[in-house]
Design a protein around this ligand. Structure first.
Ligand SMILES: O=C(O)C1=C[C@@H](OP(=O)(O)O)[C@@H](O)[C@H](O)C1
Ligand SMILES: C=C(OP(=O)(O)O)C(=O)O
Length: 431
């Protein structure tokens, strides 16, 4: 499908059962594969990113059975992948590429890790630097500090290491998940500011489910005490995806609501549940239960019933994109701060977001790490053709423009990265 035309929609209302969290799914798959014992996983996300992880683990010799939708049974390999030589294609899945790099560097095997062309523009050098501190032998097959990578068998000498924290938290997450495999005590220090910190909390929580503890004095220093092994928790249910929830929650805030998402709630492990704090600051009404979140707002679609905000988005890098499009329905200028990491994700998201918001008539200012969005004086420009840059979140965010104007989404199938049936679900809440 080359494009999808979304007609002007007057209101949003209904209930959506969320697909499983991408971030939890790929962590749980990897930890199940590394654990002793069999793990019965339910509500696993079925999308391109999790498919890349599943495929890679199977190539590495892990037995994974698929029984019914979202249910996977993984027989763990007790810390050592049986296959010692493999080529892995990891698409554009950061949650597969970065953690697998760290784990495979310790496996005394010979591995090639590649991805789509955009993955080869997404940095991995800080992670490789950290792994080289303990003896890992990794070479860059293309541009220095970027995938594709070749990992050679190496003698690992566990020692205290440091890693940069300001490009992607996935480097630290990868190290945290991999280093218990050495069995030795190791302390990881983070150089500079750690971005996307809730994803580190998520990593530590998932490791704890598999019996491995991380000691943490601050968000700059993490100790793995040594002599710990991953043990299967037997069964594990993946929470709904809080980033995927953001589109529906924004819809409820923009176009009346109530819109309820089911699958995440007040005790969620995912940082993106805090997106609702931004919506609340914009004037939306929020209700949260144990396993659901509901939003409602002004009942006149496209009426700019919301208030502009100035928001630090460091802790919600993915849901922050939803905020940029929600800003079209707020009075005044919304500023999103601390979003420098957007530049090295599926596309340069600051550039892409600026270009596409302007097509709708918004005034946009941007810098290295911020975006400022002012809606047009009158209505949004109708029938804009929004380019999506092979970025699932660009496609999903801009569906929200249809609450103000009819809009065309180019290459809508890019949502397959994390939410293959997004547009069907979106249609369920529009009236
Ligand atoms: O660890 C994770 O699951 C993720 C961490 C974040 O990346 P950065 O740490 O690169 O910001 C986030 O954007 C990504 O979608 C998922
Ligand atoms: C940044 C993202 O993905 P990745 O896990 O590939 O980094 C995302 O899903 O918005």
């Amino acid at each position: 499908m080359k494009w999808l035309d979304l007609p002007l929609t007057h209101s949003a209302m209904g209930q959506i059962h969320l697909p499983g969290s991408k971030s939890i799914s790929n962590r749980v798959l990897l930890l199940s594969a590394l654990a002793e014992g069999i793990t019965d996983i339910s509500n696993l996300l079925e999308s391109d990113d999790t498919e890349r992880m599943l495929e890679a683990l199977k190539i590495l010799g892990v037995t994974i059975e698929h029984s019914n939708a979202g249910r996977y049974i993984v027989t763990g390999c007790a810390g050592d992948f049986p296959v010692k030589s493999a080529r892995l294609f990891l698409g554009n899945a950061g949650t597969a590429f970065r953690p697998l790099t760290a784990v495979l560097a310790l496996m005394r095997g010979h591995y090639y890790l590649t991805g789509v062309p955009r993955m080869h523009e997404r940095p991995v050098g800080d992670l490789v630097d950290a792994l080289r501190q303990i003896g890992a032998a990794i070479t860059y097959l293309g541009q220095e500090r970027f995938p594709p990578l070749e990992i050679h068998p190496a003698d690992i000498h566990p020692a205290d290491i440091s890693v940069n924290g300001n490009i992607s938290s996935q480097f630290l997450s990868g190290l945290l998940m991999a280093l218990p495999l050495t069995g030795q005590p190791v302390t990881i220090s983070v150089n500079g500011v750690l971005i996307s910190q809730p994803y580190i909390a998520l990593t530590i929580a998932q490791m704890a489910h598999f019996g491995v503890q991380v000691e943490r004095a601050s968000w700059q220093r993490f100790t793995l005490p040594g002599s710990q092994v991953y043990r299967s928790p037997a069964t594990i249910a993946v929470e709904g995806d809080a980033s995927s929830a953001s589109y529906f929650l924004a819809a409820g805030a923009i176009a009346g609501g109530p819109v309820r998402v089911v699958g995440v709630g007040q005790d969620s492990y995912q940082g993106d549940v805090r997106f609702v704090e931004a919506l609340e600051a914009m004037g939306a009404h929020i209700r949260i239960g144990d396993t659901w979140i509901e939003t409602s707002g002004s009942h006149e679609s496209g009426s700019r019933g919301l208030k502009a905000i100035d928001f630090d988005c460091n802790h919600i890098p993915d849901a922050a994109m939803t905020l940029a499009v929600t800003a079209l329905f707020a009075q005044g200028t919304t500023t999103l701060r601390n979003i420098a990491s957007w530049r090295v994700k599926e596309t340069d998201r600051i550039a892409a977001m600026s270009t596409e918001l302007r097509k709708l008539g918004a005034q946009v200012e941007s810098g290295d790490d911020f975006l400022r969005v002012t809606p047009p004086d009158g209505s949004l420009v109708p029938n804009a053709a929004i380019d999506t840059y092979d970025d699932h979140r660009m496609a999903m965010c801009f569906s929200l423009a249809s609450f103000g104007v009819s809009v065309r989404i180019n290459d809508p199938l890019c949502v397959a990265k994390t939410f293959p049936d997004y547009f069907e679900k979106f249609a369920e809440i529009t009236r």
